[in-house]
Design a binder for this molecule. Structure first.
Ligand code: ME8
Length: 510
């Protein structure tokens, strides 16, 4: 069985996650579920990034220790992922003992082999981003990533020899065209960051304590990004007594990250792996942001609700569908409650919900809910059946390119065709004539079977809804193989009662 290792970034623990935070995780979850549907042996990793100056400051403000602070809020991430149906295989915390020990081992190894050395750092630091900057990288004197103030730090530090690996990295990126996607981000990395010259990276701090101590010089703690990035291998048991998972799943097939952290994942991370002499991940994909009126969603602007409020109000699949469908992958997309409602009404209620409801209701009315197919075909059936049988190929093509929105659109093309097929074949008129009853059975069968095939392919994206559809169809035919064939829904199956999948939301009442 082929393996597939997919990761999200590890999140800074927070009591205030917003819908933008759910973006990476919902996408990663859908890809993981899709690969599982295809039969891959998937390992899907997520977790929390719990060290660093930023967390220490927040804990101080709350008059608790950093450990107490993170322990208290880590469950907020787990709870949010549960509400969203995130099917991760492992949740790593960077305060997990096994992780801390391996980070120390890695740091020691790099020091011993001469890739880490001691020096003095004097430069600019953005605490919210936990990023070092040079004067020329600032934009209007502020952090180029978040626009906030940077401050001067001067301290004895350990440095990691990024410069030594610069040529090797450029060569690697040039030879591996799909390592960074979208390609625009690859060019940005090479031209803006790597080609101007990589400076050695400061990888330890002494002005605060909340980090993993350097074993041979414990007044230093390991720079939080070195600590964080290594989670992708410590989670698999790299350098531990049991590295079975590492041997099985590494290298990662996909690191999915937001565009602002592509830099860490495509410069520092590959160089770290090169220094450790282990293979590089297959791909780092940098997605865009969910924004509100051109700006990033932000607590300080008060422009968001807790995502669980949207889930309670509109259902988990409405939220998942919106995130997956609304934003062309790689670009930014605009979030608003009214666009969430429009999407839900237009696609989920009107196209999908209506189709399933009409079809099952008609089967109940005309055949007492029993699946019948007297195989009286007409030319008009051919296009629908062909679209249904070929759907998995289009979805696969789109998913391989991570064009999730387009994959979903192709499934909805079939569903829209089904609705048009109902309008064209007018089952209610066929039902009036006894000699058209056999034709009517075929029309309804074609619809039920197209719905089943769509539900198979919708499983990775809106799993709860697919489950409801399978229940209404009363079928177990839900494997990937089963959507390559038209005719798997067994005759004689007794359909369950139709139940609305999505209620139309009245915008005026909002
Ligand atoms: O960056 N739209 O953690 P984080 C889309 N700990 N994505 C968004 C978003 C938005 N409005 N806001 C946040 C970190 N994200 C580090 C990662 S990995 C070794 C360490 C995404 O909690 C963001 O782009 O700030 C990132 O992919 C993820 O949420 C976690 O962000």
């Amino acid at each position: 069985m082929k393996k597939y290792y997919i990761t999200t970034p590890i999140y800074y623990p927070s009591a205030d996650f917003h819908i933008g935070h759910c973006y990476t995780t919902i996408i990663a979850d859908s890809i993981a579920r899709y690969k599982r549907l295809l039969g891959y042996d998937v390992f899907f990793l997520t977790g929390t990034d719990e060290h660093g100056e930023k967390i220490e400051k927040k804990a101080n403000d709350a008059h608790v220790t950093p450990q107490e602070y993170v322990d208290k809020i880590v469950d907020n991430a787990k709870d949010l992922w549960k509400s969203l149906g995130i099917s991760y295989d492992k949740f790593i915390r960077t305060t997990d003992k096994y992780h801390e020990e391996i980070v120390q081992k890695i740091f020691n190894k790099l020091y011993e082999q001469g890739d880490i050395y001691k020096g003095e750092y004097e430069g600019l630091y953005c605490t919210p981003c936990e990023s070092f900057w040079t004067e020329t990288q600032l934009v209007d004197g502020k952090c180029p990533d978040c626009g906030r103030d940077v401050h001067l730090v001067k301290e004895e530090s350990y440095f990691f020899k990024l410069s030594k690996y610069q040529d090797r990295l450029v060569k690697y990126l040039e030879e591996h065209n799909s390592f960074i996607e979208p390609v625009s981000r690859k060019n940005e990395m090479i031209n803006n960051f790597i080609k101007p010259g990589l400076e050695d990276l400061c990888v330890s701090r002494t002005t605060f304590n909340w980090g993993i101590p350097v074993t041979f010089d414990p007044k230093h703690v390991v720079y939080v990004w070195i600590d964080a990035l290594t989670n992708y291998i410590t989670a698999l048991g790299y350098m531990s007594d049991d590295d079975t998972l590492f041997k099985k799943y590494w290298p990662a097939d996909l690191h999915l990250v937001g565009k602002e952290i592509v830099r860490f994942h495509t410069i520092i991370w590959p160089i770290l792996l090169m220094a450790l002499d282990i293979p590089l991940p297959e791909k780092v994909f940098g997605h865009g942001w969910l924004v509100i009126d051109g700006g990033k969603i932000s607590k300080s602007l008060g422009n968001y609700k807790d995502p669980r409020e949207y889930i309670d109000e509109y259902s988990v699949d409405a939220v998942r569908y919106f995130v997956l469908r609304e934003v062309p992958f790689g670009n930014d997309g605009v979030f608003s409650e009214s666009s969430l409602i429009s999407r839900t009404n237009a696609d989920l209620a009107n196209v999908l919900g209506n189709l399933v409801n009409r079809t099952i209701s008609m089967s109940k009315k005309y055949f007492d809910g029993v699946v019948v197919n007297k195989k009286v075909s007409e030319d008009i059936d051919d296009d629908l059946i062909k679209t249904a049988i070929e759907l998995h190929k289009i979805v696969d093509e789109k998913m391989n390119d991570l064009h999730i929105s387009e994959a979903l659109d192709s499934i909805f093309t079939l569903l829209r065709k089904c609705n048009k097929y109902i309008d064209d074949t007018t089952p209610w008129i066929l039902a009036k004539e006894e000699d058209k009853k056999d034709r009517l059975s075929t029309v309804l069968y074609n619809l039920l079977e197209s719905i089943r095939i769509s539900a198979v392919l919708l499983q990775p994206f809106i799993p709860t809804t697919s489950e409801k559809i399978f229940n209404q169809l009363n079928t177990d035919e839900r494997t990937y193989e089963s959507c390559k064939e038209f005719g798997k829904l067994k005759e004689g199956t007794l359909l369950n009662n139709p139940e609305p999948l999505f209620a139309r939301i009245d915008v005026n009442n909002k």
